[in-house]
Ligand binder design. Structure first.
Ligand code: AMP
Ligand code: MN
Ligand code: MN
Ligand code: MN
Length: 287
């Protein structure tokens, strides 16, 4: 099989952030689903990668495992996510950058807890922290705790009611700006991929502006194939990637079994797309 036709899924989460499978369980599931090129991209941490590699290397049919991380950034007061692929997890500047990101997460998480307490919801911070364990706290942990406690009927509804921009528990973000994040990713040998461009509740005009400014900030690629998208959306994203001379990536953004997303599912590779693994800077497959 040529590399172009490998089943690829380049966006996923483990218990190192707000996913619910351990790195080993996630790799096992990806292999089981036939994924051949796979990236783990936890929020602002590379802590899951070592275990994932160890498990993958001990497997009878290992897949090609890409070192990734999903970096939270700030752009015009929006939370914009950048998936960094092929980063060196031992790069000290990148490591320091991620430590700072996780400190910001902790501060924000406390503030979310305080805001929810003021709204009459006690114990949310402690509850989310318990679900997170050693992982850096995410709104995903809050959403799970609030949904479990019956504050809303689903995680999506928790976001609508409490955690989305402008709602009681939303804390204006303080992440690094997009250009700074891209620079640090590049220094760590990574490529910067704009994650789920339609996932920010932006108008079409603003999505176009985001993609353009991402390119101007030295971004390399954007996700064009994600879970739960229409054919029209996919075509629009592919067109945007070509117009802006950004390479294209794809990923399920899998967090846990039983949701709408699944590892390797709907990871189409339509023709006429410049995929990230076709970039000159993409590392050659090791024999
Ligand atoms: P954070 O990085 O802490 O701002 O949290 C963002 C995470 O929350 C995302 O990666 C998702 O896992 C989760 N999330 C965001 N929006 C929703 C939603 N509408 N429904 C369920 N989970 C969501
Ligand atoms: Mn998440
Ligand atoms: Mn994201
Ligand atoms: Mn994600």
């Amino acid at each position: 099989m040529t590399e172009e036709t490998l089943l690829a899924d380049l966006h996923s989460h483990t218990t190192a952030s707000d996913g619910m499978l351990t790195p080993s369980e996630l790799v096992e599931r990806a292999i089981g689903n036939g994924v051949e090129m796979f990236a783990i991209t936890d929020h602002d941490t590379t802590a899951g990668l070592a275990e994932a590699h160890a498990y993958n290397n001990s497997h009878a049919t290992p897949l090609r495992l890409i070192n990734g991380v999903e970096v939270s950034t700030r752009w015009h007061n929006h939370d914009i996510h950048i998936v960094a692929l092929n980063i060196d997890p031992d790069d000290s500047e990148f490591d320091a950058f991620l430590i700072n990101q996780r400190n910001l997460r902790e501060l924000r998480a406390k503030e979310i807890g305080e805001r929810l307490a003021k709204a009459g919801i006690e114990g949310a911070y402690e509850g989310a922290k318990l679900l997170a364990g050693d992982a850096a706290l995410s709104r995903g942990h809050y959403a799970r705790w609030l949904a479990d406690k019956g504050y809303a009927t689903s995680m999506a509804n928790v976001f609508k009611k409490y955690l989305a921009r402008g709602k009681t528990g939303y804390v204006p973000n303080n992440w690094s700006d997009m250009a700074t994040a891209i620079e640090v990713i590049h220094k760590a040998g990574g490529i910067a991929v704009l994650a789920h461009p339609h996932g920010y509740k932006l108008s079409t005009k603003w999505v176009k502006r985001l993609v353009r400014e991402f390119k101007e900030s030295a971004g390399d690629a954007m996700e064009v194939v994600v879970s739960q998208q229409t054919v029209e959306t996919r075509s629009q994203l592919i067109a945007l990637s070509l117009q802006n001379e950004l390479a294209a990536s794809l990923g399920s953004d899998f967090h846990f079994p039983g949701s709408w997303t699944e590892l390797g599912k709907s990871m189409y590779q339509p023709p006429g797309v410049n995929w990230v693994w076709q970039m000159d800077s993409w590392p050659a497959a090791s024999a």
